[in-house]
Each structure stands twice: as structure tokens, then as C-alpha cells.
Write a protein that binds this ligand. Structure first.
Ligand code: DGL
Length: 273
């Protein structure tokens, strides 16, 4: 029998996936969430496909041990590299953040010129172009790796002249090409959305895949008859957070993103899964 009251498993390389978890909590307030952030092994963005897939498999085994009913890969790099394999290996629904983001971008663009900013891994995989061109073969997709954004966000420099300066350097070529839609293809980037929006200008639509991922998740749970029919109460272990290192630091960061008051984050030995 389906366990509708089981939690949704969400994972990321670290704190970035909290922007996706936050959206899931907002759009699916009845649901329980188990979040895993791989804080010991972050970043994934500059690692190989083999390594990111191995890490992702370990995390999936951990989440399955928590009896989750579905898994959201809340990391663009892990979605790009590992989603196809993981989908084949587990018998619960698994979704990533790339496909939903690509679909919204195609709807948003008027001139067919879409920019993607993400980690080196996601850009190198060309996964966004693949999904976008499956929907609209005439769309042109320009990718730009922005590796410095992740440490800037993690250092809390969300509104800072340094972030402005680096963003200008990264984004100038996308502005010059005349894109009208920009996908924030890394989980950290929504946290510097206002900086990115200001630099790109009003004519450019920013797409945050987190929103569409949560919407797709809701549709999937409805279709599979997995929506939690009873509202899980806050405090009832509704939201549980696990990390592979530095739980206190994670907790501080998580509380600046998720406003429910995260009381604890537990460190686990992810290599044992
Ligand atoms: N979460 C990663 C992503 O969305 C960014 C951080 C990292 O490189 O691990 O691609």
C-alpha cells in the first residue's frame, strides 16, 4: 500500500538545495520533508560525472532508508549527471530541477534566445540545451559557467559590490547576445536574484527552476495518488535536515533561507550508504 504520509526526500551538494526545499514547503504545506546536504563534499559543480553519480547514489540509499515516498534532486549538477541513472535504479518517483526549468524558459522567451548560468559541470553537460531543444528546436541556448557565485553566496555576500562586479563580468556576454530569458541553473543563484536582475535589466526574465520543480512535484504526487491527505504539523518531525559535515554552520545558513526555525541538523556518515 502507498504510504502517503511518508516524507519527500530532497538532496543537494550542500545548502543551495534549500531554495528548492523552501519552494516545496510553500507549495506543498501538508508534506513532510527529509533534506540531505552533502556539506562535506560540496561543491559538485567542478567534479566529474562519475564522482557526482557515486555521491548521488549514496544519498539516494540514505533517503530510501528514511522511507521517503519520492526523491527530488535539488541540485542542478546532480540532476544533469545522475538523474537518468537514478531513475532507472529506484522504484519510487525521482525528479530533478533541470527539466522543469527548461520548460518554463521555453514558455518565457519571445525572441528564442535563452541564457543559462550554472556550474561548470551543468554547463559542460549541455543538459539545458538538450531539454530546451527537445521542446523547441529553434531556440538558441547560450551557457555561461559562473563558478564564483557559489562561494559568494555561501559567504553571505548576496548584496555586495564584489558580487556586482563579478556578475557584470559573467553576464556581459549574455547581455551582448541579446537573450531575453535567463535560467538560474544553480541552486545558489536565486539568493542573488536581485543583483542578477538589476544587471540583466528589466527586459530579461529570470527563471528560477525551484518554483517549477515544486509545481511538477505536486502534479506527480497527485498523479501517483501520493499527496499527504493529513496535514503534517510543524514539530512532528515535519522537516528533518541531515548533512555530511558542519551541522551547526548549515543550521545557521538554513535558518536564513527557511523561516520555520530549523532547530537541528544531524551529521551522518554518508560514505557508509
Ligand atoms: N547545488 C549545485 C548546483 O545546483 C551548486 C553547488 C555545487 O557546485 O555543488 O549545481
Amino acid at each position: 500500500m502507498k504510504n502517503k504520509s511518508a516524507p519527500i526526500g530532497v538532496f543537494d551538494s550542500g545548502v543551495g538545495g534549500l531554495t528548492v526545499a523552501r519552494e516545496i514547503m510553500r507549495q506543498l504545506p501538508n508534506e513532510k520533508v527529509v533534506y540531505f546536504g552533502d556539506t562535506a563534499r560540496v561543491p559538485y559543480g567542478n567534479k566529474s560525472k562519475e564522482t557526482v553519480t557515486r555521491y548521488s547514489r549514496q544519498i539516494v540509499r540514505f533517503l530510501l532508508s528514511q522511507e521517503v515516498k519520492t526523491i527530488v534532486i535539488a541540485c542542478n549538477t546532480a540532476s544533469a549527471y545522475a538523474l537518468d541513472e537514478i531513475e532507472k535504479e529506484v522504484d519510487i518517483p525521482v525528479i530533478g530541477v533541470v527539466k522543469p526549468g527548461a520548460a518554463v524558459a521555453v514558455q518565457a522567451t519571445s525572441n528564442g534566445k535563452i541564457g543559462v548560468i550554472a556550474t561548470e559541470g551543468t554547463i559542460g553537460s549541455k543538459i539545458y540545451s538538450k531539454y530546451i531543444n527537445e521542446i523547441d528546436p529553434s531556440a538558441s541556448v547560450v551557457g555561461k559557467a559562473c563558478p564564483l557565485f557559489v562561494p559568494l553566496v555561501e559567504e553571505g555576500l548576496w548584496q555586495d559590490p564584489v558580487t556586482d562586479e563579478i556578475a557584470k563580468r559573467y553576464l556581459t556576454e549574455l547581455i551582448d547576445i541579446g537573450i531575453d530569458t535567463l535560467i538560474l541553473g544553480c541552486t545558489h543563484y536565486p539568493l542573488i536574484r536581485s543583483t542578477l536582475g538589476r544587471i540583466m535589466g528589466e527586459g530579461v526574465t529570470l527563471v528560477n527552476p525551484a518554483y517549477e520543480t515544486a509545481r511538477e512535484l505536486k502534479g506527480l504526487l497527485e498523479k501517483e495518488d501520493l499527496l499527504n491527505s493529513q496535514a503534517a504539523k510543524l514539530g512532528d518531525n515535519k522537516y528533518r535536515f541531515y548533512v555530511s559535515d558542519a551541522a551547526e554552520k548549515f543550521k545557521g545558513f538554513a535558518n536564513s533561507i527557511i523561516k520555520y526555525g530549523i532547530l537541528s541538523a544531524k551529521t551522518i556518515k554518508i560514505e557508509e550508504y
